[in-house]
Design a protein around this ligand. Structure first.
Ligand SMILES: Nc1nc2c(ncn2[C@@H]2O[C@H](COP(=O)(O)OP(=O)(O)OP(=O)(O)O)[C@@H](O)[C@H]2O)c(=O)[nH]1
Ligand SMILES: [Zn+2]
Length: 208
């Protein structure tokens, strides 16, 4: 999976000054970003997050999902640790793209859950491919991660490509009336480790 490094710059944020590294995925033309804080190269495990793009949650304040809250929590945690990395991966809508995600939301407005909506549109529940992470992490000299995620598939995908996950750090966000069913479906159907907060709520039609 050819991903080439293009340029790096400073990125000041409310949480601290990160370094932003830009990468081009040549096969698709997608532009990915890594934000690093401190000195991340070497064998000591690095606090890290693989964050899949969610325009609605990350930039438009959507309460339908937990993405924007997780993004902020991850950047805060990295800055407070003084060392870490966030890969911002352009895999909008779990890989189906923004317009298809809006189609999926339309079906969810009609009662489908997040998995059923993808499947009705002819997609898999989760179409993401994490292969681009390896060359990005290699470029940054990162071999081991303390990975902030509730998604065991990310842990397994990294392990399969030779990136060791020393520990999984849960990144749980409180639910609200708009994302309660979504989070319950993630726990019930997609295998996310969300603890007792969201389990057992997947069938409750009042949350649609
Ligand atoms: N197709 C689809 N994609 C969604 C929906 N809600 C959020 N997404 C996308 O899902 C991705 C985030 O996936 P999540 O399942 O929230 O989280 P994760 O990255 O797998 O796991 P964590 O590391 O625990 O956050 C982003 O690309 C979002 O755009 C939805 O209802 N349908
Ligand atoms: Zn989201």
């Amino acid at each position: 999976m050819p991903v080439v490094f293009v340029a790096a710059s400073q990125l000041p944020t409310p949480f601290g000054v990160f370094t932003m590294h830009g990468f081009l995925e040549e096969a698709t033309g997608k532009e990915h970003v890594a934000l690093t804080f401190g000195d991340v190269a070497g064998d000591e495990p690095v606090l890290g997050r693989l964050h899949s793009e969610c325009l609605t949650g990350d930039a438009l304040f959507s309460l339908r999902c937990d993405c924007g809250f997780q993004l902020e929590a991850a950047l805060r945690a990295i800055a407070s640790e003084g060392r870490g990395v966030l890969l911002y991966l352009r895999q909008e809508g779990r890989g189906i793209g923004l317009l298809n995600k809006i189609r999926a939301y339309e079906l969810q407005d009609g009662g489908a859950d997040t998995v059923e909506a993808n499947e009705r549109l002819g997609f898999g529940a989760d179409q993401r491919d994490y292969a681009i992470c390896r060359p990005m992490l290699e470029h940054l000299g990162i071999r081991k991660l303390k990975l902030m995620t509730n998604n065991p598939r990310k842990v397994n995908a990294l392990g399969d490509m030779g990136i060791s996950v020393a520990t999984r750090v849960p990144l749980q966000i409180d639910h609200n009336p708009h994302n309660k069913k979504y989070l319950a479906t993630k726990a019930g159907k997609l295998g996310h480790l969300l603890g007792s907060l969201h389990q057992g709520e997947v069938e409750d039609p009042r949350d649609a």
